[in-house]
Ligand binder design. Structure first.
Ligand code: HEC
Ligand code: HEC
Ligand code: HEC
Ligand code: HEC
Ligand code: HEC
Ligand code: HEC
Ligand code: HEC
Length: 481
């Protein structure tokens, strides 16, 4: 009884306080926004009748400008996160951009590297002596995972009718456009339009690809991502449908998992333009190759490898950690970006006690952690290379992967062997390593949410997966009434 009254009284005091605080805070923010907006309007280009005129964005861009912000729009600089917010009266969606409204992203004039490249030369340099490996390697997801954006390297469609992304807010639309050889994402936000160039692609497009652009020496992600299945433009993972968010910084961790090397200047997203070696090269698994290449070029008769790591000569844990630098989720860093070398331990570079294993916000990339929960892994000396040949693209070849299981298991030892018969060697995978949608990898679209499935690396007996697979190979005959 006493406790109940206490709560009621507390409520009477607290609720109005909270409401007042919220109100005050909102008012404050609103007032600040208005002040900032005033300031913003002073520096904006003079703009009469901006609403009615159709702006030539290409001509403005040549002068380093964008469409001026019409007067009824709100805009403010969010200092903490370093972006401009643009709103429209009563709209619950907004724009986030790192460059001022009415301007465009600008190129950096400072191209001097800050750090010395520790010897990464890129995969092309390995070609002359390791031709066979090189020729097959260029078809892998690793090699293709980052590249310069061009009409040839971007998979999404730019043709009319297929180059649009609409949102739940009919006044916010995106259009992917090509001018000469340059690709852009063009945003129409309540009639105010701006363009952001697509300069770098992340993702081999087996699942999808995201786009990056430079503003000065800072790298940012685009709002719109391409999803291969169902061949569509969607909001980037974690983005809110209806917003036009172009101020998400690309942190070093992201670049470190998707490129060979970049000269990292400072947090959160400053890099030396021109320093990036795109694609994941041989050297992320074998170590920087400059010295190895120089040695063998000057000693063409030497058959003994110098200054390069062969993972097979490392311990099991060291081999796992080569893959683990990018395949064991994300964790806070202990060393500088790109410091990991084959032979190092992941735990020397990342604080794995604080790792996001099943959820790394961007996607799972947790194969090492999931695999380590399997009996296969715990009761053998298994490494990733037991199932994956890093020099070849083997994606989708279930028979080949099943052969890798059969290197350790007798297919007949499977409890399902009798029921499935000879076909069992075609696919152990879908039953024991099922595809799983993860709630963490989410794309918002106007039509609802999408969750692309990933292969679960916890090898195990799974009843649901077994049921689904049996149905897929032998659909039950229609039930007669
Ligand atoms: C000028 C020729 C040349 C170039 C260029 C070259 N290598 Fe080699 N590499 C060799 C020779 C010779 C060997 C020793 C024989 C062998 O294993 O094929 C070797 C061996 C290797 C080995 C096996 C090491 C071992 O201990 O078994 C790896 C791994 C390797 N190279 C990686 C690379 C990478 C990565 C690049 C590009 C950055 C590269 N190589 C460029 C000549 C070259
Ligand atoms: C520098 C980071 C990095 C390292 C090191 C790395 N990977 Fe990857 N790996 C990636 C990224 C990023 C992708 C996704 C590429 C894409 O599809 O865009 C990937 C994709 C893959 C795929 C999927 C290929 C496909 O076509 O479906 C396999 C398998 C794989 N990695 C295995 C390995 C193994 C095994 C090792 C260690 C020998 C390893 N990776 C080391 C970053 C890395
Ligand atoms: C810890 C390493 C890691 C980090 C950090 C990371 N990725 Fe990835 N990324 C991967 C791996 C591994 C895959 C393959 C799918 C998986 O395992 O989740 C992948 C897949 C992708 C794909 C889909 C590629 C395809 O077609 O399959 C895109 C696009 C992508 N990443 C973009 C990004 C962007 C943008 C960032 C930073 C904001 C980022 N990634 C951060 C490792 C990483
Ligand atoms: C994702 C990691 C990864 C990448 C990328 C990679 N390798 Fe390897 N490489 C390995 C592993 C792991 C081994 C040991 C294989 C084993 O244990 O069966 C190996 C073995 C080798 C060997 C020696 C053994 C052999 O098969 O001859 C050479 C040479 C080699 N790699 C060259 C290259 C070259 C050249 C490239 C790029 C064109 C490259 N590798 C890319 C992981 C990688
Ligand atoms: C490097 C050897 C090796 C490889 C490769 C391998 N396994 Fe295993 N696996 C083992 C060992 C060892 C065990 C534990 C002893 C046992 O149950 O046979 C095991 C256990 C299992 C189990 C029982 C799991 C449990 O929780 O009881 C299944 C199911 C299984 N493996 C399926 C597979 C499938 C499917 C593949 C291929 C995708 C595979 N294994 C690849 C070595 C391996
Ligand atoms: C249709 C789904 C399905 C396929 C395909 C399949 N398995 Fe199985 N597997 C199962 C199920 C279910 C069990 C558990 C059966 C039981 O307990 O009676 C099992 C059990 C196993 C076990 C554990 C045996 C034990 O008692 O510890 C191994 C190892 C195994 N499978 C390996 C394989 C390999 C290797 C392949 C491919 C050659 C394969 N499985 C194909 C569903 C499948
Ligand atoms: C027991 C066999 C096995 C082992 C060991 C294994 N994988 Fe895989 N992996 C697979 C199979 C099967 C696929 C599915 C390939 C496909 O769909 O084409 C796969 C897919 C992947 C993918 C693509 C992810 C996706 O969902 O599309 C990545 C990345 C990957 N593996 C990384 C690794 C890494 C890193 C390791 C070591 C920590 C590893 N794998 C160990 C069997 C294995």
């Amino acid at each position: 009884m006493q406790r109940k009254w206490f709560i009621v009284i507390l409520g009477i005091i607290l609720i109005p306080t909270c409401v007042w605080l919220l109100y005050d805070n909102g008012e404050n923010q609103h007032a600040q926004q208005l002040i900032k907006r005033e300031k913003q309007l002073e520096i904006a280009e003079p703009s009469q009748s901006t609403q009615t005129r159709e702006f030539d964005l290409a001509a403005l861009a040549d002068r380093g400008l964008g469409q001026p912000l019409p007067t009824e729009f709100l805009s403010s600089w969010v200092a903490e996160d370093e972006y401009w917010f643009v709103g429209y009266p009563r709209a619950d969606v907004g724009v986030e951009i790192p460059f001022p409204p009415g301007k465009i992203a600008k190129a950096s004039t400072n191209t001097e590297p800050v750090n010395e490249n520790p010897g990464f030369v890129g995969p092309q340099s390995c070609r002359e002596c390791h031709r066979e490996k090189f020729e097959s390697f260029i078809h892998t997801a690793h090699f293709q995972t980052s590249r310069l954006a061009s009409p040839e390297t971007v998979h999404g469609a730019f043709t009319e009718g297929r180059n649009e992304m609409t949102t739940r807010e009919e006044n916010v639309t995106f259009e992917m456009v090509q001018r000469n050889d340059q690709l852009y994402q063009r945003v129409d936000f309540y009639g105010w339009r701006f363009e952001v160039p697509m300069q770098i692609v992340f993702g081999s497009a087996k699942m999808g690809e995201s786009y990056l652009y430079w503003h000065g020496d800072q790298l940012y992600q685009h709002n719109v991502t391409y999803l291969t299945d169902p061949d569509r433009w969607v909001n980037s993972p974690g983005y809110v449908d209806g917003d036009a968010a172009y101020a998400r910084p690309i942190p070093a961790r992201c670049v470190e998992c998707h490129t060979t090397y970049a000269d990292f200047r400072e947090e959160r997203n400053h890099y030396t333009p021109g320093s990036l070696i795109l694609g994941i090269s041989c050297e992320r698994c074998h170590g920087p190759g400059r010295e190895h290449v120089a040695y063998h070029q000057t000693h063409p008769d030497s058959r003994e490898a110098k200054a390069i790591t062969n993972p097979r000569q490392l311990t099991r844990q060291q081999q796992l950690d080569i893959c683990g630098q990018c395949h064991s989720g994300t964790a806070p860093r202990k060393t500088t970006p790109f410091a990991f070398r084959p032979g190092d331990r992941v735990t020397d570079h990342f604080d794995m006690s604080k790792a996001h294993l099943d959820d790394n916000r961007v996607h799972t990339s947790n194969q090492l952690n999931r695999l380590s929960q399997s009996k296969c892994f715990q009761e053998s000396e298994m490494t990733c290379a037991d199932c994956h040949n890093p020099h070849q693209s083997e994606r989708g070849n279930m028979r080949l992967f099943s052969q890798r299981c059969i290197q350790c298991h007798d297919a007949q030892a499977c409890g399902m062997a009798e029921q499935i018969g000879e076909r069992i060697v075609e696919n152990c995978i879908d039953c024991h390593m099922p595809l799983r949608n993860t709630k963490k990898l989410r794309f918002e679209t106007a039509a609802g949410k999408l969750f692309p499935p990933l292969r679960d690396h916890h090898v195990r007996v799974d009843e649901l997966a077994t049921e689904a697979y049996l149905k897929s190979i032998d659909p039950a005959p229609a039930v007669r009434k």
